[in-house]
Design a protein around this ligand. Structure first.
Ligand code: ZN
Length: 366
């Protein structure tokens, strides 16, 4: 048997219960969870999601949540040839239906049934996916498809790997932005969980200059200290952000903007950063700004600017992150792991939303 935390009704507590340890299907594995990342948004999902986002369905209740598990493979299905019990892995929770055109092309995030195992789905096709993979990371064991596993080098901790959801999303976004050696990139919201991950990945892949915005000077100073010669920070609230961006680039504007602002952020905060792009620049949104932007598409056209949405990342990008973290080029030592025992999850969920500074890495240890 295994211990799990299960939600029985929206707004209710997660109940700590016992369930049988799952058996792997032929192309699946079973992973003993050693750490599961807990996103600040989890409380919203458990309490308000059906009301806020009726088009983003939750699994039928009772259900086990938990988005970013990392652990040790304990059993493999009969058709799993390259993963063995004992392998250390991060489980990419991105699931698709498996057989639509997008899935057959390897583009799981473009599947109409795209679903986060242990979190929420994106449409009516999600419930069958939840039924195929019903175990979220707030459990001692999860099942996962073999092609969703990121193998972890021995020197990458499970706690650090539980942050791969954010790191991977940031990595995919920076790749789409084209930023790299010689580039200047602005991260809108650099002190948050996603923004800090974008800074760490940007430093790793050679983005030469990283500008970052935030609300708290002390937090911004901490981010700048990661690479004082490459990071410049700007506290919002006084001058417009685009003026800072233009000054920092001699009036040219930045090559790329990665927007990581949280759901409550005002649309003008995003528009302000877009105005600091150079001609031909690219902006990639991975943040949660929910309001509609009054954006001039005529300006986009005339400035030759691209505004791109990015949803999650693929397992290959996760594997690249694991390799970079193992080699030490992706330095995750600034993360402060906040370990939460499974039994304490209900009391701790509220803290997570307040403590949204990116250096805190909240993980549940089942
Ligand atoms: Zn599909």
């Amino acid at each position: 048997m295994m211990r799990v935390a299960r939600l029985h009704q929206i707004g209710g507590p997660l109940l700590i219960e016992e369930m049988p340890v799952p058996e792997p299907r032929p192309t699946d594995v079973v992973v003993a969870v050693k750490a599961c990342g807990v996103v600040p948004n989890l409380k919203n999902v458990l309490t308000k999601w059906p009301e806020w986002f009726p088009y983003l369905p939750l699994p039928k209740l009772p259900a086990i949540f938990g988005l970013d598990p990392a652990g040790v493979v304990t059993a493999v299905g009969g058709q799993v040839l390259s993963i063995r019990p004992g392998d250390r892995v991060y489980v990419n929770p991105a699931r698709g239906c498996g057989s639509c055109r997008a899935c057959r092309c390897g583009e799981i995030v473009n599947c109409r049934g795209f679903t986060f195992q242990g979190y929420f789905g994106r449409g009516p096709l999600s419930q069958p996916v939840f039924e195929a993979y019903p175990y979220g990371g707030l459990a001692e064991y999860v099942t996962a498809p073999q092609n969703a596993l990121v193998k972890l080098p021995d020197n990458v901790s499970f706690e650090a790997a539980a942050r791969f959801g954010y790191l991977g999303t940031a990595y995919a976004a920076i790749r789409k932005s084209g930023a790299g050696p010689g580039s200047t990139m602005l991260i809108n919201g650099i002190g948050g969980t996603l923004g800090l991950c974008a800074a760490l990945v940007g430093l790793t892949i050679g983005v030469t200059r990283i500008l970052g915005t935030g609300r708290t000077q002390a937090l911004l100073d901490r981010v700048k200290a990661l690479a004082p010669g490459r990071i410049e920070v700007f506290a919002v609230g006084g001058r417009p952000v685009h003026e800072f961006m233009m000054e920092a680039t001699g009036g040219e504007g930045v090559d790329a903007v990665i927007d990581t602002l949280p759901p409550g952020a005002p649309p003008f905060a995003m528009l302000d950063a877009l105005r600091g792009l150079r001609r031909g620049g690219r902006a990639v949104n991975i943040g949660g700004v929910a309001e509609t932007l009054p954006l001039s598409v005529h300006w986009l056209m005339g400035m030759n600017i691209q505004l791109i949405g990015n949803c999650w990342f693929n397992t290959g990008e996760g594997q690249a992150l694991a390799a970079m973290a193992g080699a030490g080029t992706l330095d995750l030592s600034c993360l402060q792991h906040r370990r939460i025992p499974l039994a304490d999850i209900n009391e701790r969920l509220s803290d997570l939303q307040d403590a949204n500074a990116g250096f805190n890495n909240f993980v549940v240890i089942p």
